[in-house]
Structures are given as structure tokens and as C-alpha cells.
Write a protein that binds this ligand. Structure first.
Ligand code: UD1
Ligand code: UDP
Length: 386
């Protein structure tokens, strides 16, 4: 009998965990062909553990690298040296990394140093600006250079890779695995165990969901956004804001200074993925600088104002459900006001569309791996957006 192929997934932050969890689940469905190995760096600790618990994933290796105020140098060096030992012990045939965090790049580099093949999930996103987002644009470009199999969520991402000279045979357009996770998680009948979230009047109030964390927005840009939110609640008595605040103290301090103690603002800890995804499904409008939220919200028919100047996710902008508004107070206020007061504009942006996936991305990724390791002759079918 053919020997099993040893596939190691490496991830470390909340979004990587949410988007890699469906892949891990799918890898475990082929026990006669694949030996899945899970290594987490824990670049995030609590926010990673929330996701591991939800998807019942027990890592084989945990580097536990997170520290308060960690720098890019800290994370990169701890991940690289930690993974040296892990890869020596586990001897995977292939390492799968996800997206564009420092864990992603350092994971791919560590695999390369061990001459282990690399599969990159969510490959090919680009803004073309190496400092926006920082350091993610460079992380994903450097990871691409180390990658053998590129799993691109969309055809735009595939085209970006082709332009950089990647061989088309090594690119698979799979859809984004975040939509697999979303499909498993959002339920019309969902009830929040948290009383505050359960008691919000989603029908008669206008609820704005906010998240912010991008490094390039820390400090003044975030403060501008929060000032815009403050003005919105002053001007609109029927608006409430739910803001699960990222664990980064550099985010939390400014949020508390600008929005702490205001009656129309609910500042809460980061939510588990299940309540967060279901909250997205109930609110009126989303303001965020998150990448993942930009991909999820269009599937749920929720307008998103993106608090950034660039995006590597142009598909929903083209479809009209997502708008780039930057972080200037006047711009954020103006665009949010339009959606709160102009039903035509709101309906136009609230058209549900699925440019990012159909819930089958992880199946396609595992199909491609089985073909690559000659367990099957079947080419993975490709994702076609609706
Ligand atoms: C990281 C990624 C970013 C990704 C984001 C998702 C890098 C350089 N950045 O940014 O690409 O979009 O995650 O959220 O890879 N903290 C905790 N507990 C946690 C998580 C974070 O206390 O569970 C605090 C720690 O003090 C930590 C700080 O947040 O030092 C920043 O975490 P870090 O991973 O360095 O940066 P993020 O802004 O979270
Ligand atoms: N998310 C979550 N709880 C929260 C906020 C976000 O589970 O309180 C989820 C969200 O649904 C998305 C992911 O976290 O899937 C996005 O993570 P983040 O914004 O931290 O990172 P990015 O996507 O920008 O890299």
C-alpha cells in the first residue's frame, strides 16, 4: 500500500485559524491517504484558542510565541527557530500556510530551509503597495516565492500570480476557505449566550458593527475613525455601535479614550467566531479594516465601509457591496451617514453576492493535494463566482 502523505498546517493568528480550520477538518477525512499534523505558533494566544476550541482542533505542536508588544522581529525570529525543531521532529512532506501574517512568511521560510514543499492557501492577493497593508503585502509576496502549490481564492488572485511569473499549472482557484467556515457557522436560529448581544434591538435600531486592528491604522488614523463614530451617535439617536475590541493594547487604549463610557457604544472583548459571524448577519452596517470581514459580509448581504486606503480584495468593491473610505473623520462620517439615511443607497450596497467562495474551497484544496501526491487522477474543479 502507498505510504500516507504527511501534511502539516502551520498557523498562528485568529484569521489564519478561522480560514485554515476547514482545511484541517477536510484533511482528516482521508485517514488512509493523509496524516494531518497541526502546528500553531500562537502569534495570537486567546484569539487563536477561541477558534481552536470552536473547531475542536488539538495542535500537535504549539510554539506559544505571543508576548505583549511583540515586534515583527520578535515574531519572525521566534517562529523560525521554533519551527526548526518542529519540522525536524514531524518530517512533513508538505507544509500548508495561510494568507499573509508573519507566521505565514516565517512558516514558509522554515519549510524551505528544511527543503519541504510549501502550499499557500489564499495565495495571490495584492495591493501593489509594499507598505499597505504593512507588513502583509510583503509577507504574501515573499511567501509566494517559497511556494510550490498556490491555492488562490479568486481568478483575480490567480492573475496576480501569473503576472509575477508563477507557472499556471501550480495555481488552483479554489474560492476562499473563510466562506466554508461561514457556511458552517451562520444560522438564522442562532441565539447569543451573551445577554447584551441577545437583548440588542436589531429590528428598530440601526446597529453598526466595528472592528479595527491594522498596524498602519494604529494611533491617529484609528482616533479619526472613532471621532467619526462619536459624531454619528450624537447625530443619530437610533444608532448603536457594537465594537469587539482587538486584544492589542495599542488599539484598546485609543478606543477607550475616544469611545469609553458612551451609552450608545458597546465595547466588548473579541467575540468567538460563532457569535461574531452571527452578529454580522444581524447588524445594519459594518465598518472595518479587517481582511476577513470584507470577504464574509458580502455573502451575508451586509454593506461594508472599509477603513483603509487600499484593498487586496477588489471583487466586492466591484460588485458594489464594499466601499473603501479610508480613515479620515469627515469621510467615514459622510459615507456612514449616507447608508444610515438613504434607503436606496443602502439597498444597492446590501445586495448579497459571493465573489469569494461557495463553501467548497477546502475540498478543492485537498483534491489538489491528493492529485499532486498521486492518490487520485481527478483534477480539482475550479471555483466560479456567482
Ligand atoms: C496580526 C497580523 C495581521 C492580521 C492580524 C489579525 C502580522 C504582522 N500581523 O496583527 O496580519 O491581520 O493579526 O488579527 O502578522 N494580543 C493579545 N491576545 C491575542 C492576540 C493579540 O493579547 O490573542 C495582543 C498582544 O499584545 C500582541 C498584540 O495584540 O502583542 C499584537 O498582535 P500581533 O499578532 O503582533 O499583531 P496584530 O495587529 O494582531
Ligand atoms: N472575528 C471574530 N471575532 C471578532 C472579530 C472578528 O471571530 O471579534 C473574525 C471575523 O469573522 C473574520 C476574522 O476574525 O473571520 C478576521 O480577523 P481579523 O480582522 O483579526 O484579521 P484579518 O482578516 O484582517 O487578517
Amino acid at each position: 500500500m502507498k505510504e500516507k502523505v504527511r501534511i502539516m498546517t502551520i498557523f498562528g493568528t485568529r484569521p489564519e485559524a478561522i480560514k485554515m480550520a476547514p482545511v484541517v477538518v477536510e484533511l482528516f477525512k482521508h485517514p488512509d491517504k493523509i496524516k494531518p499534523i497541526v502546528a500553531v505558533t500562537a502569534q495570537h494566544r486567546e484569539m487563536l484558542d477561541q477558534v481552536l476550541n470552536l473547531f475542536h482542533i488539538k495542535p500537535d505542536y504549539d510554539l506559544n510565541v505571543m508576548s505583549e508588544g511583540q515586534t515583527l522581529f520578535d515574531i519572525t525570529s521566534r517562529v523560525i527557530s521554533g519551527l526548526d525543531e518542529v519540522l525536524t521532529d514531524a518530517e512533513p512532506n508538505m507544509v500548508l500556510v495561510h494568507g499573509d501574517t508573519t507566521t505565514t512568511f516565517a512558516g514558509a521560510l522554515a519549510a524551505y530551509y528544511h527543503k519541504i514543499s510549501v502550499g499557500h492557501v489564499e495565495a495571490g492577493l495584492r495591493t501593489g503597495n509594499k507598505f499597505s497593508p504593512y507588513p502583509e503585502e510583503m509577507n504574501r509576496k515573499l511567501t509566494a516565492a517559497l511556494t510550490d502549490l498556490h491555492f488562490s481564492p479568486t481568478t483575480t488572485a490567480r492573475e496576480n500570480l501569473l503576472r509575477e511569473g508563477v507557472n499556471s499549472e501550480n495555481i488552483f482557484v479554489t474560492g476562499n476557505t473563510v466562506i466554508d467556515a461561514l457556511h458552517e457557522t451562520v444560522k438564522c436560529s442562532f441565539k447569543f449566550s451573551d445577554e447584551l448581544l441577545e437583548n440588542i434591538d436589531y429590528t428598530n435600531k440601526k446597529i453598526i458593527l466595528v472592528t479595527t486592528h491594522r498596524r498602519e491604522n494604529l494611533g491617529e488614523p484609528m482616533r479619526q475613525v472613532y471621532k467619526a463614530l462619536k459624531k454619528l451617535i450624537q447625530d443619530f439617536q437610533d444608532v448603536e455601535i457594537v465594537f469587539p475590541v482587538h486584544k492589542n493594547p495599542k488599539v484598546r487604549n485609543v478606543v477607550n479614550e475616544e469611545l469609553g463610557g458612551l451609552p450608545q457604544v458597546h465595547l466588548i472583548d473579541p467575540l468567538d467566531y460563532e457569535p461574531f459571524a452571527n452578529l454580522m448577519n444581524k447588524v445594519t452596517l459594518i465598518l472595518t479594516d479587517s481582511g476577513g470581514v470584507q470577504e464574509e459580509a458580502p455573502s451575508l448581504g451586509k454593506p461594508v465601509l472599509v477603513l483603509r486606503d487600499t484593498t487586496e480584495r477588489p471583487e466586492a468593491v466591484a460588485a458594489g457591496t464594499v466601499k473603501l473610505v479610508g480613515t479620515k473623520m469627515a469621510d467615514v462620517y459622510k459615507e456612514a451617514k449616507i447608508l444610515l439615511t438613504n434607503p436606496r443607497e443602502y439597498s444597492r450596497m446590501a445586495e448579497a453576492c459571493n465573489p469569494y467562495g461557495d463553501g467548497l474551497a477546502s475540498k478543492r484544496i485537498v483534491q489538489a493535494l491528493l492529485k499532486f501526491y498521486k492518490f487520485s487522477n481527478q483534477e480539482p474543479d475550479l471555483f466560479i463566482p456567482s
